[in-house]
Design a protein. Sequence first.
Lengths: 333, 323
Amino acid sequence: MLQYVVRRLVYGLITLLALSIITFTLLQNTGGDPLDRIKANPRIPQETVQQMAEFYGLDQPAPKQYLTWASNFVQFWNYPTAWGRSFQGPQQVQELVINRLGGTARLMFTALGLAVMIGIPLGIYQAIKQYSFLDQATTTFSFVTFSTPIFVIGIGLQIILALKLEQWTGVKLFYTSGMNSTNYGDLSFGARIGDTLQHLFLPAISIALISIATYSRYQRASMLEVLHSDYLRTAKAKGLSQRNVIVKHALRNALIPVITLISLDIAGILGGAVITETIFGWPGMGRLYIQAIGINDWPIVMAVVMLIGFMVVVMNLLADLAYGWLDPRVRYD
Amino acid sequence: MTDRPGPAADKTPSQLAMDEAEGLAVEPVTQWHLFKARFTRHRLAMLSAAVLGVIVLLAVFADLLPLHNPTEQLEDETGRIVNLFSPRADYPFGTDQIGQDVLARVIYGGRTSLTVAGLTGLMVASFGTLVGSIAGYYGGWVDTLLMRITDLILSLPLLPVAIVAAAWLREAFEGREALSLAILLGTLLWGTLARIVRAEFLSLREKEFVEAARAAGARDRRIIFRHILPNAMSPIIVNATLVIGIAIILEAALSFLGFGVRPPTPAWGQMAANGGRLAVGGSGAWWLVLFPSVALITTVLSVNFLGDGLRDALDPTQTIERK
């Protein structure tokens, strides 16, 4: 077991290493001189520009620059200066990224929560009432959602649930941009919660819809498999109530594959966040990432890619461990 | 012997004629017949194949259709540019913010999007099959090495890497965005198919017919491509079909973020994205979002249903009676 975890951690590190080399190489060959922008900014003294060129080793060959970046990057405890300055201005990369981490986390966990709370019960219901109207409708919904790019979902929700709804009813139920209103500081506690939810709902549900479709499909399939198993027939034959059979016997086993799926879905949700944050002007890592690529601010791009890669690696490992813990038949060797 | 209906190939023409006269003729049922019988039962897949066929034909023969030039700023009789016209008789899908005909752009955009997706599917099918069959057939350190690389590709966060790579490719392949996007998506998406093909090869290489081929003196290349591969075709076809759907969606996502196909060349994702920005900005031009989105979703939905139908129809362990 311990051996397994150690081996998986080593593979994870190799993945992150490869990810960093690939991304770094691609970024080196993209865009012009990253210093152009900061040199053009009159408010930034020449010494700062000089310091940055030195910090990143910009006059060095690319492999040397990579090593410089990597050795700085792993010293993350030297907050906030460890990752150097952004090429956009005076801010520290570490500060910028960490500040945006909260926004992405809020979006990610809300989407994940919505997907779990809607997708799993939906799948269970579909399996119990197989071929019912709701089962067929959910299946259709799942197929359509799988086939729709997330930005089309986001834009569609903005147009229908925010713009058109306000036009037709005069009620502003949802906001299409930002994390909070500008007057957030003046609001009472209750109003603050309302304001937060009004901003959060549309981007979160845009990400969640695809996950809801995925989870309900898997939950339905895994529940159906369990419902047709021998031990469940035994449970029914013993005269247990329908409720007991489903909740105590079927559900426990039917949830196992879906729990693994959810941990593996984190990469998808983070990818969705990159797009959704752009649509909804959400101050998260994803939007920072897209802005940074556009102007070749590569220290930020690297930092965000590595954080996302790290989360994906950790969640993959947790998924495998959770699977072994929940299903005693699984052996690690 | 002759009075029992046996394999038609063993009989002389006169025997066959006699069989026919006596009502004993045997019509051979091939894999193809079974496939056709199963596939035609899958109504949704049949419909999807038809829809997809129409979309592909429209894209291929777009030049022959009486359409406006998709990249021309159109003007009315008075010389005014017809920007943001809502759908009407002469512009059934309306016009966009710079006066281009949306119908023409949707049809030509299909050409771009389908080219990217089709090339990606081809790349994934050939590269994934090659890697998977070599790994599965030879095993040992070749297998370990190839599968480590495959796992690595599969464990990369897809979208962030795709964005960085697209930003680079856009400069490296200036003006040939469709090709560069297909190369990018093909490189990122072959992993799953390689794993599937490897699993097929692992089990097939132990079968008697492979041993027989080897005993007959067939070389590795012949065994891989002539004996094993035809038996592993079903999952390859199904996966390549599904990859086409994924590629259309990813191309759209990259175009939305500004790393895909650039205007004036039309592509569905890019049209929906730019139209969407305008619509949310308050232009009310719903037709700019709706038509390209519907074209895109219809295509991907058809591809997915087709993949589903192919999966059911190509599975030789299934009987025709099922469902």
